[in-house]
Design a protein around this ligand. Structure first.
Ligand code: RM4
Ligand code: MN
Ligand code: MN
Length: 430
């Protein structure tokens, strides 16, 4: 029997923190009430907000130079499910995980679906992987996959995506996320126009096999691994493709996939306007696709993104139904702790954005009162909503302080015993 944190431990730890939590929640409630905001309404909305955990995020990541695995690493998807379930048990914010194939490949998907159900997690979007060659793979993706110059390679990449849809169907997923590493490292290496045609062709083939209630999420990325030109480098290319493929194709925004200083919230606003926002891969970064923990570097940016999301939800923007996922690489922290904290930070940005007084903001905008607008806009960000987040967790049976419970449980030490380390270490993203 593998170790699971007991609900009794959560209750015990919650009892220890209950008096302080009650006091903080009541104080914040009184403060918000002065501005006409009902704290319980915000707590209920926050509790309903969920973000999916990436299955590849529960293992220690790495860089091009090295990977330093920690104790009790998951050895496969069944172990990963347990870790994902633990994150949800404590945060009550991550009811689903987003699997990656072939990394999470198994021989029996019914068994996988049953195990997921038994531990209490569902499946979000399925991610295909044509950015690496797999053992015994017939044709190489070294020079591209869905946009390779050879049709046979493109067909192989399409077939892999179709397999992902088939697997996802067995797991209860409703979306396929396609991120390709295709691009060129040198000018002249490929025809910038032709590769886009091939992308549309390949995606069209995938799209024609998409079940009626599925969506396909196109993920763009500015650079890496191609350093001169990525085929789907930006939201413009992504939107052109999504509009050409229509109507179940949407554009996914990974926060780390843009040029430095780019106004991501404006991209989000435009995609919402086009009815083409698929959702997010949340993470944070200082320089590039750093895949750091959400909210760890620039929480204000995350807040600004959520401001657009809350704005869209409150005005009932047509076709607005984003999927929220984390996509991070945990190289120096315990991945479970990073994912717990990141899920909480995403929820925090949401709760804070809910506090913006939108009618007052609009009035200040219309009156050209710039300073008033800025202050109203930032009011949510400068509010410490921690008591709301803790209350949302407590009411749902989670932990007031999830990291404290996780550490008190010695979960990692238990797993180190149960999961003997695999020999050797490799570099790379996972
Ligand atoms: C990529 C991209 C994809 C993710 C892989 C692991 O940079 O963000 O979403 O699946 O990394
Ligand atoms: Mn991503
Ligand atoms: Mn990435």
């Amino acid at each position: 029997m593998s170790y699971r944190i007991s609900d009794a431990l959560i209750s015990e730890e919650n009892a220890r923190l209950a008096a302080a939590q009650d006091e903080d929640y009541a104080a914040l409630g009184r403060r918000l009430e002065r501005g006409g905001v009902d704290i319980d309404a915000i707590t209920a909305k926050t509790a309903a907000f969920a973000v999916a955990v990436p299955t590849w995020g529960v293992g220690t990541g790495g860089t091009r130079f090295a990977r330093f695995p920690g104790p009790g690493e998951p050895r496969g998807i069944f172990d990963k499910l347990e870790d994902c379930a633990t994150i949800h048990q404590l945060t009550r914010a991550t009811p689903t995980c987003s699997p990656h194939f072939p990394w999470d490949k198994v021989s029996d998907y019914r068994e996988l679906a049953e195990r997921a159900k038994a531990v209490g997690v569902g499946f979000d979007a399925v991610n295909s992987n044509t950015f690496q060659d797999q053992p015994r793979q017939k044709l190489s993706y070294k020079f591209g996959s869905l946009t390779h110059s050879q049709k046979a390679v493109r067909d192989q990449a399409v077939a892999h995506n179709l397999e992902c849809i088939e697997i996802g169907g067995k797991l209860g997923s409703k979306a396929l996320t396609v991120w390709i590493a295709d691009g060129s490292n040198f000018p002249g290496q490929s025809n910038l126009n032709r590769v886009f045609d091939w992308y549309l062709d390949s995606l069209g083939a995938i799209y024609s096999h998409l079940p009626g209630d599925w969506r396909v999420f196109l993920e763009h990325k500015l650079y890496e691994p191609a350093f001169y030109s990525m085929v789907i480098a930006d939201w413009g290319s992504s939107l052109m493709a999504a509009q050409a493929l229509c109507p179940k194709a949407y554009c996914l925004v990974d926060l780390g996939h843009h040029a430095p200083n780019v106004n991501i919230e404006q991209i989000v606003a435009r995609l919402i306007r086009a009815g083409k926002l698929a959702g997010f891969h949340f993470n944070d970064s200082k320089y590039g696709d750093d895949d750091l923990d959400a909210g760890s570097i620039d929480p204000f940016r995350l807040y600004r993104v959520f401001n657009e999301l809350v704005d869209a939800a409150e005005r009932g923007a047509a076709g607005f139904d984003p999927a929220y996922m984390l996509d991070q690489s945990h190289n120096v922290t315990d991945p479970i702790e990073s994912l717990i904290v990141s899920a909480v930070e995403v929820q925090r940005a949401y709760a804070q954005a809910l506090l913006v007084d939108r009618p007052a903001l609009e009035a200040a905008q219309n009156a050209d009162d710039v300073m008033a607008a800025l202050r109203i806009f930032k009011a949510g960000f400068v509010t410490d909503v921690s008591p709301i987040l803790a209350e949302a967790r407590r009411r749902a049976g989670g932990a007031i302080d999830p990291i404290a419970v996780y550490r008190a449980s010695n979960y990692r030490a238990h797993k180190a015993n149960e999961r003997p380390a695999a020999a050797g270490s490799s570099s790379g993203i996972v």
